[in-house]
Design a protein around this ligand. Structure first.
Ligand code: ATP
Ligand code: MG
Length: 573
């Protein structure tokens, strides 16, 4: 992957290790998802970072599932995560691991800690354990079971393993320090009894290690040199260190970075699962979801996501990245790769009165002005066409340059037309336009050199392919849906996040389009063909709109400036 990577605080640390010889020049990272949901764009950042750093240093990166909680984890998530990481363009060769691969070893490590007097079986109830733990300002209290003998602890831990305790009746705890200022060190739970079938180990175990007891050792077992994680784990590092030091095994270096947050989005799997389960979206891969599978279905490309992650960079300071930044990168990418076609979403019928009734001309249209090798196609033109309703105003304000009564505009790849009549219903709603065309302007320019100020897209009514368009808006109406502690994030769900338009009219070239193909509907937006498409009916998801300076200016109450106008003229051809 030829992404140029900048230096950051993590590469500084790695460079220092390489200089001091701490890991003999090895760089081995891992991406460690918990399979309790689908991956989201925040995970993409961690994936790009871990695989990217390994790549940069000629090292390795493992994919490891932290599957320590069978109550929440499912095979469906494991499969989806594997698909998503691969789709993003990363490869772990044969290094696909599971924390559950290490359950035997972890059990042995726990026994070792019991043997050296550093772990004990506690029979306080979960509520009591919580209460004994104390608070940030108050030290914890020691459990009455804390000073059991090694022999008794060994016996009871085995009893836990053999199903002799029910959930909540006993746990294994590390014997560290109930008065520590770091709550993570107040005798944390290492093992609990869980009556659940594990996706991989089935019913072999009745006890499961806590994430904190499994994570550092899993890294150690795999020989991970740089264990990169998000800032919430900074306070857990002393605990991971304690386990590794007391068990006396290889010690990776943990490095924490600030997690990615995006505006108008939520990111935690715990909340994303609610959107799915409570029916706010159609599934984990709903194109409105910030999941990788949702973004893929929306039309995002791995390249755009990787560029975005690179652009966002990596640091220690928490912040929120504007959703616009993500959209910027997909526009950049699709501008290069998407084939242009013409489609009309909100149709207005135009009859070209002086055009021969039965004539059909096949006009040459350019597939991608950014890519000559994309070639050309034929677009049929005939007497009755559709244009976009927004491209006509009966009584246009000064800065509206598109079609209006008496005005001449260019139809892309076709002719200049002039609006001669407006046909309305009784309520005054415009039903259709009557126009004339100038046969001398075929291909879009006038031999006499006269100019028009706008170029419109169009579709021949007789030849149009009908399709469904799904137009997406932000899923949340506010920038920070989680900011208010007194409100649930679902209060801010945008009721207009999905608008289905059916039918839209597209040029017949699209009849052969296949699921997954990306198009630019000229002057409107980028779209991807959705997997819901059938041979009878295509379904298009709007990935992202093109910039529309006119709309933007109108919303801001201003008018497009000169520079913007020039840009818009260029953009609309
Ligand atoms: P969530 O809160 O969304 O469930 P998580 O951290 O619990 O996230 P994991 O499956 O444990 O999810 O995450 C796997 C890896 O991805 C971890 O190393 C984690 O630090 C990283 N990660 C998760 N969310 C983000 C994010 N928003 N930005 C960057 N990295 C993230
Ligand atoms: Mg987690």
């Amino acid at each position: 992957m030829a992404v140029e990577r900048s230096k950051n605080f993590i590469t500084d640390i790695i460079d220092a290790h390489n200089e001091s010889g701490r890991f003999e020049g090895r760089v081995h990272t891992r991406f460690p998802p918990e399979p309790n949901g689908y991956l989201h764009i925040g995970h993409a950042k961690a994936i790009c970072l871990n695989f990217g750093i390994a790549d940069q240093y000629g090292g390795l990166c493992n994919l490891r599932f932290d599957d320590t909680n069978p109550a929440k984890e499912e095979q469906e998530y494991i499969d989806a995560i594997i698909e998503d990481v691969r789709w993003l363009g990363f490869d772990w060769d044969d290094r696909l691991y599971f924390a559950s691969d290490y359950f035997d070893q972890l059990y042995e490590m726990a026994v070792e800690l019991i043997q050296i007097g550093k772990a004990y079986v506690d029979e306080l109830s979960p509520e009591e354990i919580r209460e004994y733990r104390g608070t940030l300002s108050q030290p914890g209290r020691e459990s009455p079971y804390r000073n059991r003998s090694v022999a008794e602890n060994l016996r009871l831990f085995e009893k836990m393993r053999n199903g002799g305790f029910k959930e909540g009746e006993a746990v294994l705890r590390a014997k560290i320090d109930m008065s520590s200022g770091n709550i993570n060190l107040r005798d944390p739970v290492m093992y609990r009894v869980l009556d659940a079938t594990h996706p991989r180990t089935g019913d072999k175990w009745t006890i499961y290690p806590m994430y904190d007891f499994a994570h550092g050792q899993s890294d150690s077992i795999e020989g991970i040199t740089h264990s990169i994680c998000t800032l919430e784990y900074e306070d857990h590092r002393p605990l991971y260190d304690w386990y590794l030091d007391n068990i006396e095994i290889f010690h990776p270096q943990q490095i924490e970075f600030a997690r990615l947050n995006l505006s108008h989005t939520i990111m935690s799997k715990r909340k994303l699962i609610r959107l799915v389960q409570e029916g706010y979206v159609r599934g984990w891969d709903d194109p409105r979801m910030p999941t990788i599978s949702g973004l893929r279905r929306r039309g995002y490309t791995p390249e755009a996501i990787r560029e975005f992650c690179e652009d966002v960079g990596v640091g220690k300071v928490k912040g929120v990245v504007a959703l616009h930044k993500l959209e910027y990168h997909i526009r950049q990418d699709l501008n290069r790769r998407a084939q242009r076609v013409m489609a009309v979403i909100n149709p207005l019928k135009v009859v070209i009165e002086n055009y021969p009734d039965d004539l059909v001309e096949e006009l040459e249209a350019i597939n991608n002005p950014e890519d000559e090798s994309a070639g050309t196609r034929k677009a049929p033109f005939s007497k009755v066409i559709y244009i976009e309703r927004d491209d006509f105003m009966e009584d246009p304000p000064r800065k509206f340059f598109r079609l209006a009564p008496g005005r001449e505009v260019r139809l892309r790849y076709a002719y200049f037309i002039t609006c001669t009549d407006v046909i309305k219903d009784e309520a005054g709603q415009v039903l259709e336009l009557r126009c004339t065309y100038d046969p001398a302007t075929r291909g879009g320019s006038a031999p006499d050199g006269r100019r028009v100020k706008a170029t419109l897209h169009w579709v021949s009514a007789r030849h149009a392919v009908e399709a469904e368009a799904r137009l997406y808006e932000n899923l949340f109406t506010v920038e920070h849906p989680e900011a208010d502690p007194d409100r649930d994030f679902t209060d801010f769900i945008n009721p207009n996040s999905l608008t289905v338009v059916d039918p839209i009219y597209a040029e017949p070239h699209l009849a052969a389009a296949r699921a997954g193909e990306l198009y630019q509907f000229e002057r409107l937006a980028y779209f991807i063909v959705d997997e819901d498409s059938t041979p009878e009916k295509l379904v298009f998801n709007r990935t992202v709109t093109l910039r529309d300076q006119w709309q933007k200016a109108r919303k801001q109450g201003g008018k497009p400036g000169k520079a913007k106008r020039r840009k818009r003229a260029a953009a609309s051809g």
